[in-house]
Each structure stands twice: as C-alpha cells, then as structure tokens.
Ligand binder design. Structure first.
Ligand SMILES: [Zn+2]
Length: 482
C-alpha cells in the first residue's frame, strides 16, 4: 500500500517538475524572442529618390525612409544651414502591437521654398533623423540617418541686354547680344514655346553671349522674345528687350495632286521611309504629307540641336546661281485631288528651279552635318554655319560631300533632283535657326545681314567680322540643345 502511494506521489511529483521545466523553457523562449525582436539592431535607412545637389527657389525633396524589424517610430527632416535647423517634416508613428508601429517604409515629397523659410543661401545639409522601436536606442545614440550636403541658391542669374532695338518680320531672324552672370548654365531667347540657345564666348569678351533667334512663322506679331538664363539650381530669370515684329501675309497656293503623281511617288516614298503600304494612294499621300512631314521636321530639329559655338561664315548667303523661285517662304498650301480639298500644310523653305541635275552649292561657309534621305525632303544635305544657323538642300539626285567636311561658300554639295516629295526637278532650300525655318530672303540680302548680324557683332568686337578658320570648326560645341 505504502509503496504504491509513494510511487503515485513520485509520478505526480515528476509530472509537475516536468511541467514546470516546460513552462520555464517556454517563458524563456518567449522572453528571448520578445527581446530578440525588441533589441532589433538594424537602424532605419533613408535616401533621396533623385540626385539632390542644389536647393533652388522652388525645390522638391523626395525621400524614402525604411526600417526592418520593429518599424519606424519617428522621422524628422531638417535643412541645417549656418548652425540653424529648419524643420521640413516631423512624423510620429505610435505602436500598434507588441512589435512596434509596423511602419516599415515611408515616402516623402517635400516642397521647399528656402527663401520663404528664410534659409540662408550657401552650403547646407539635408538631415534625416529616423528612429525605430528598438530597445537598443536606450543604450546608444542616434546619429542622423542621412546627412547630405546641398547648396541653397535661390538667386537667378543676372541678365543685361546689350543690343538696343530689334526690328523683325514674322518668320524672320535677328541677333541679340547680352551678358549673364557667371552662375548661368543655360541662356538664350525664349519666343513663346520656342527656345533659341545663346552662345557664350563667341565674342572677345567671354562674359558676353550672342543668340540668333527667330519669330517663327506660326506665331503672331504679339510674340515677345525674352532673354532667359538659368543657373544650376534651376533658378530662371527673364529679361524683356525691345522687339518690334512687322506683320506679313504669307502666300496662299493651291496644288492639284494628280493621279499620275500619286502613282509615281506614293508607293516609292512609303517604301523608302518604311511606312505601311496601302493601295489607297490618297491615304498614302496624306500619311506622307502629314506624318512623314512631321517626322522630317523632328529630324531637322534633332540635327540642328548641336551647333559650332562660333560663326563659321562671314558673308551674306549666296543664292543658287541661275535659279528661279517656285515658291516664297512659308506658303500656305492647299492640296486638291479630283477637285476636293484633301489637305493643307505650310511649306517651310524655298523651292528653286533650274535646269535638271543642276549643281547645288553651299550658300555659305560651314560644316556638313547631315547627308541622307530625310523623308519629304528626299536626299538632303544640312550645313551647320555655327551659333545655331543651318541651311538645308533637299530633293537632291546626288550628294558629293561627306558628313564632317568643311565647305566654303560656293563649294559643290551635289545635284538637283526630285527625290522625296517633289513633283519635278528642283532644289528645296531652307535656312534654319536652331531647327526653326526662317525666311532665307533676309539671309540673301547684304544690307539685312550687315545691319542685323555682321555689323552688330562687329560693334561688340566680334571674331565674326574676321574670316572663319575652318580648322577651328572641330572644337567641341559649347552650346546646349533645347
Ligand atoms: Zn520645297
């Protein structure tokens, strides 16, 4: 009996001891797990989404802050400048469970107006201080999660326009000479949606810039060109200057599009320009006259986005010898087929007719920058004359110059033809300023060129007044594309 009872007791005692051991083990594991989570050693991280070097007048700071483990408890963002902290953001995240806040990632889009916030200009630091729920924070100091050097600059560059009055015609060109302060990284002339890059260093005074610009034919006489300058922080200043734009009426012409012409040109042009084939010749023609025309102009603007930072030419443009005009500049053309109006487009440039396969010459000294098929213009040569001035020779039957070659005024470029959208052998000639077609008549007029360009530049002590040195044309371009 006794032995039985003591056996039962000892069995019970053993069970309780085992249970207690198990409970202690469980409690230890739970405490260890809790501590392991709460003693989270990984600190929060922070980074800027876009490179940030400057804080301009209207800055935007985009930040990503993250934490693995317990989650964020707070994020504070400051600009520290001249020993003062300017707070941009302060967020707190309360715990939602035993683990912590559960906030593992936060994105910030912080608009900053440093001038309004009275942050002084100069060197500053972007500080991000993010905390998580780790117990280690009671034992250790919290260094900034991110400390990045930035430059606070909200003063736009200064502009001083040096040329006086600018009398222009719609579709015409002119030159403005101006000074910008040293911090300017980009300057030029803004004419509504068009930007014409200025060229620093083209004159002897390296602080002086020259911009060739146009009042494009699709604008009105209300267009107000302005000199604009931007610094590296994106601060922009605009300066008005005197421009009077004379109105003009562009010629209106109606062209009959015959079936012979469509049958001869449309399939060939669609194929040459890798456009979808169609049996509907009028539809094919419209695709060429609209889409291919637009693409061709995009190519022209792309080719003309880089130019030599000095004038390569010194004289008036040479009009093609023995050529008769078939059009004027910027004719408004209506296209009729079988008596129906099917399209209307502006013809940008000048058509010049001569004998078939006539020699085509460079109208001014420059550098060959394009020799290829160019959509509606067919086989085309484009010359860069420097400072954003270009000329284009289209519909050629043959091209005799390679890209990169320097040509003098009057040098042969090839022969006329009817490649591209041409109904007969002729030369399509265009003058462009930064890829914008301008009236060539001005550039053929010695008095206009002297008054508006060469004498004006000479009066500012310009090397443009000296003969261009082709050898220097290989210098890298200091101009920026639009
Ligand atoms: Zn033409």
């Amino acid at each position: 009996m006794l032995a039985d009872a003591s056996r039962r007791e000892s069995r019970q005692g053993g069970f309780i001891r085992r249970l207690r051991r198990w409970l202690i083990l469980l409690a230890t594991v739970a405490i260890a797990f809790f501590a392991w989570v709460k003693l989270d050693p990984s600190r929060p991280t922070a980074g800027v989404r876009r490179p940030l070097r400057y804080l301009g007048g209207q800055a935007q700071i985009q930040l990503d802050v993250a934490d693995r483990g317990t989650g964020l408890t707070s994020v504070d963002v400051f600009i520290e400048a001249a020993g003062t902290r300017y707070q941009l953001a302060a967020e707190r995240y309360p715990a939602i469970g035993w683990r912590g806040s559960g906030v593992l990632q936060r994105s910030f889009d912080l608009p900053v107006a440093p001038r309004d916030a009275k942050i002084p200009e100069g060197a500053a630091t972007l500080l991000v201080i993010a905390r998580d729920g780790s117990w280690l924070n009671y034992l250790r100091s919290t260094p900034p999660t991110l400390a990045q050097a930035v430059e606070v600059d909200y003063t736009p560059p200064l502009i001083e326009v040096l040329t006086g009055q600018h009398y222009m015609r719609l579709g015409g060109s002119d030159v403005v000479v101006y000074k910008v302060s040293k911090d300017a990284v980009r300057s030029g002339v803004q004419v509504e949606g068009y930007f014409f890059a200025g060229t620093p260093g083209a004159l002897r005074d390296p602080g002086v810039s020259v911009a060739l610009f146009a009042v494009p034919q699709d604008l009105t006489t209300a267009a107000r060109p302005r000199v604009v300058a931007e610094d590296a922080a994106g601060n922009r200043r605009e300066a008005a200057f005197f421009v009077a734009v004379k109105p003009r009426k562009f010629a209106e012409r109606t062209l009959d599009v015959g079936d012979d012409f469509l049958a001869r040109k449309v399939p060939e042009l669609l194929e040459t320009n890798r456009m979808p084939r169609t049996d509907d010749l009028v539809a094919g023609y419209l695709a060429i006259n609209r889409d291919l025309r637009r693409q061709s102009e995009e190519t022209v603007r792309e080719v003309c986005s880089r130019s030599e930072p000095k004038p390569l030419w010194s004289e008036v443009f040479l009009r093609q010898p023995d050529s008769a005009p078939l059009s004027s500049f910027a004719d408004r053309r209506s296209y009729k087929h079988d008596g129906n109006l099917i399209d209307s487009q502006t013809h940008l440039g000048f058509d010049l007719a001569s004998l078939r396969l006539s020699p085509v010459v460079a109208e001014n000294t420059g550098k060959v920058v394009f020799t290829d098929n160019l959509g509606i213009y067919g086989n085309t040569v484009i010359l860069d004359h420097g400072m954003g001035l270009f000329s284009l020779y289209g519909h050629l039957s043959s091209i005799s110059v390679p890209v990169g070659q320097l040509v003098n005024r009057g040098d042969p470029l090839g022969r006329t033809g009817e490649t591209g959208l041409a109904a007969g052998d002729h030369l399509h000639f265009s003058v462009m300023v930064d890829g914008v077609h301008v009236d060539p008549v001005e550039w053929w007029d010695p008095k206009w060129v002297a008054d508006h360009v060469t004498e004006k530049l000479k009066s500012f002590d310009s090397p443009a007044a000296e003969p261009a040195k082709p050898a220097s044309a290989a210098a890298p371009s200091g101009r920026r594309s639009r």
